[in-house]
Write a protein that binds this ligand. Structure first.
Ligand code: GLC
Length: 721
């Protein structure tokens, strides 16, 4: 349809019908038990009453439901305006790839593109028009359960991977039934809640918000994302969904965003609980005025916008602008001509879990795994005949992580299945040893596990946190392995030192006690459908670990939040970390540094950083220079390495971090092979938000280093003039 046709269509709609376009219901209200509830529902009206006028539906199961929902609505809608069908496809639809925090450890934008492309194919066949993805809330506090949903503690990684996901998901033409629109979330600063508690208040300077938390959303909008979702949290005193500074001043005026803003689940209704609105009617007014177009899973708009307009509290022009944005999105998706979009039952059968998708998922699981420690244990020999597979995750199939689609865990490959596929003759003696639930104090299984360990040639100890313990509404005040898992590890490793620990978790954990006893630790996160295959291939050397931590792992929850790009302070602690010096910025009882730093990850081979050369020792304003890193594979195995480039601006008009990742590149090297990795460093990469909230670079010395956070090497300097 043309713009004029859309405006004519809207011109013929009643006030109620226009408001209906801004209402989103759950499919579960129409098709029982077909919707996982992702939050406390508002007082939704009976579906039948809304079906006639509503504009969009949240969460449904498959192509046939998508078609049924569309048919049911169009039969009742006088204007024949198709529904928008939206779904949370966060890390795969039926073929699940690793959680986003794990994908961030791959430091591989192309791999992100491959996974997003796979998810797009499956989502389109399922009938998805809009996916509530990417989530690019930069997070530095593992107590926050949704850290699993973002790629990294570093906004640069969130920006690059989020933008890659948007491009792969939306393609070049949204009317192509194979393409799906993206909704970036959660705008803004949701990843920085006080005390790491989900939905808690976020309060920071505008400068910090612009420096660290806004760039990734902007990168995804610049990549073309058509929708954005304000976050639940209050931001500097005003909940995002009613935050005019954020949604009008920054999003619409500064960034020029013309797409659709959709609230989070009942977030408009939650303005009452926040204490921003006396009642639902006031909440509707505040959200509408802030520019929230769609009211998800609440009836604030449906019940009150008509009256607010009649009373002159909300202008009909404002309503029309919101309705037009929704109609334009439907039009761009081609829904008026093809309301089913890509929904196709036959295609679903063909693409779901197809070999090509499983291969992508397995590769992603391998490249996201991080070898944290290895003292000659891994890889395990493929000649082993008897292995003890111990721990609460030894036989676990729930390895896909939060936000995977309901039931996707059933398709996951377990560790024994993965090992069986490559070592069919190896005897696996399996013992849980203990549980993984928070507070589980039942140690009755430990003795049997210790006995099994003693009898085996080697031990694989599969530990972690249950899938349901990280994700939305899953914040933790402690970050150690839940239950008696660390005690189990102590006892098992004492019985058989040839033990490799494999971890399945959705957040950085405090592994300080485990690290004291475990000779090898492989972090698998929640690897998705091919969990067991990837885990087995990594453990037995058919794949070589290459992941690097996308978020540091603290020594204690008492260190949190613990961003890698910390400031030096006026009293940086002299001497080695962990040795307190009075009157310096440190703890008496612990070091300042994490147990494992951002960017850390081992391989089965070794890499030597031989040189870092700059193309010059000055850079003009607006100019650039080349930084060339020479890396050699000095080991016996082929491997991949993430070459990281860090910058430091030692003197500026505001304090600047001691280290800041400004670029990364993943390379493959055969044994003995050397590569020269060239980075173009531009003046734009040296910019920061100054005290007056201007994005500037300032002349002076800059340092470039390679290595990884807290372990920088080969530092070279240049002057910006
Ligand atoms: C949830 C989440 C959001 C999700 C939405 C719809 O509460 O905050 O990320 O997209 O509801 O399920």
């Amino acid at each position: 349809m043309t713009e004029k046709q859309l405006r004519d269509l809207m011109g013929g709609m009643t006030l109620e019908e226009k408001v209906g376009q801004l209402v989103q219901c759950g499919a579960g209200q129409f098709i029982q038990n077909s919707m996982e509830i992702t939050g406390p529902e508002g007082e939704m009206l009976p579906a039948e009453e809304l079906n006639r006028v509503m504009g969009s539906v949240l969460t449904f199961e498959d192509a046939s439901q998508a078609k049924a929902l569309q048919d049911k609505h169009l039969a009742a809608d006088r204007n024949k305006i198709p529904l928008l069908l939206m779904l949370d496809v966060i890390h795969g639809l039926r073929t699940t790839y690793p959680i986003p925090l794990a994908m961030g450890c791959s430091f591989d934008d192309d791999l992100m593109t491959e996974c997003a492309d796979m998810a797009r194919r499956e989502s389109a066949a399922c009938g998805v028009h809009v996916t509530f993805n990417p989530m690019v809330d930069t997070a530095r506090d593992p107590r926050w359960g949704r850290i699993l949903e973002t790629n990294s503690e570093e906004p640069l990684v969130n920006a690059r991977m989020g933008a890659a996901l948007v491009r792969a998901t939306q393609g070049n033409d949204l009317s192509d039934p194979e393409n799906v629109a993206c909704c970036v979330k959660h705008f803004a600063g949701y990843g920085a809640p006080e005390a790491g508690r989900d939905y808690n208040t976020v309060d920071m300077s505008e400068r910090q918000l612009r420096e660290t938390y806004l760039p990734a959303y902007k990168a995804c909008l610049d990549a073309g994302a058509r929708l954005i979702m304000p976050s639940f949290n209050a931001l500097n005193g005003i909940p995002s969904v009613a935050n005019k500074w954020l949604m009008n001043r920054v999003l619409r005026d500064e960034w020029g965003f013309r797409g659709v803003v959709i609230s989070d689940f009942n977030a408009v209704g939650e303005l009452v609980a926040h204490g921003m609105a006396e009642n639902l009617k006031e909440a509707a007014r505040l959200a509408m005025e802030a520019g929230c177009d769609i009211d998800m899973m609440q009836n604030a708009y449906y019940l009150h916008l008509k009256d607010l307009i009649a009373e002159g509290a909300v202008s009909e022009e404002m309503l029309d602008a919101a309705v037009l944005r929704v109609l334009r999105l439907k039009n761009e998706l081609g829904l008026f001509e093809n309301p089913y979009h890509g929904a196709d039952e036959e295609k679903e059968k063909a693409v779901y879990l197809c070999p090509a998708h499983r291969e992508i998922a397995r590769r992603a699981a391998e490249e996201s795994a991080v070898l944290l420690k290895n003292e000659g244990i891994l890889p395990l020999s493929r000649t082993l005949k008897k292995i003890a597979l111990i721990g609460p995750f030894a036989r676990e199939r729930h390895l896909v992580g939060f936000w995977s689609r309901p039931g996707a865990w059933k398709d996951a490959v377990t560790i024994p299945e993965g090992i069986g596929a490559i070592l069919p003759d190896c005897e696996l003696v399996m013992e849980d040893g203990c549980g993984a639930e928070i507070g589980d104090a039942d140690g009755s299984g430990i003795e049997r596990a210790v006995a099994a360990a003693r009898e085996a040639e080697a031990v694989i100890l599969a530990l972690g946190e249950p899938e349901g313990d990280s994700g939305e509404g899953r914040s933790r005040a402690e970050l150690t392995l839940p239950g008696l898992q660390t005690e189990l590890a102590r006892r098992v490793i004492a019985a058989n030192p040839r033990t490799a620990v494999v971890l399945f978790n959705g957040r950085p954990l405090v592994l300080t006690e485990l690290e004291k006893v475990a000779p090898a630790i492989l972090e698998m996160w929640y690897p998705g459908t091919e969990a067991g295959s990837a885990c087995a291939r990594l453990l037995f050397g058919l794949a070589n670990p290459c992941g690097k931590l996308s978020a540091g792992m603290p020594r204690s929850v008492g260190q949190c939040p613990l961003p890698y790009n910390r400031m030096n302070t006026g009293r940086p602690k002299p001497g080695p970390d962990g040795v307190p010096v009075p009157f310096s910025s440190c703890y008496l009882d612990m070091g300042n540094l994490p147990l494992y730093s951002f960017g850390h990850g081992l391989s089965y081979t070794t890499f030597e950083y031989e040189d870092l050369k700059l193309s010059g020792d000055t850079m003009q304003a607006g100019g650039s220079l080349q930084a060339v890193v020479t890396v050699k594979n000095t080991g016996e195995k082929a491997g991949k390495e993430v070459v990281q480039l860090y910058m430091r601006d030692p003197v500026a008009s505001v304090v600047r971090p001691v280290q800041q990742l400004i670029d990364y590149r993943k390379i493959s090297l055969a044994p003995g092979e050397t590569a020269q990795v060239a980075f173009t460093v531009t003046e734009a990469q040296l910019r920061f938000w100054n005290f007056d909230c201007e994005c500037v670079s300032e002349p002076g010395m800059f340092e470039l280093s390679t290595g990884y956070a807290d372990h920088l090497k080969l530092t070279r300097s240049f002057r910006l003039i």
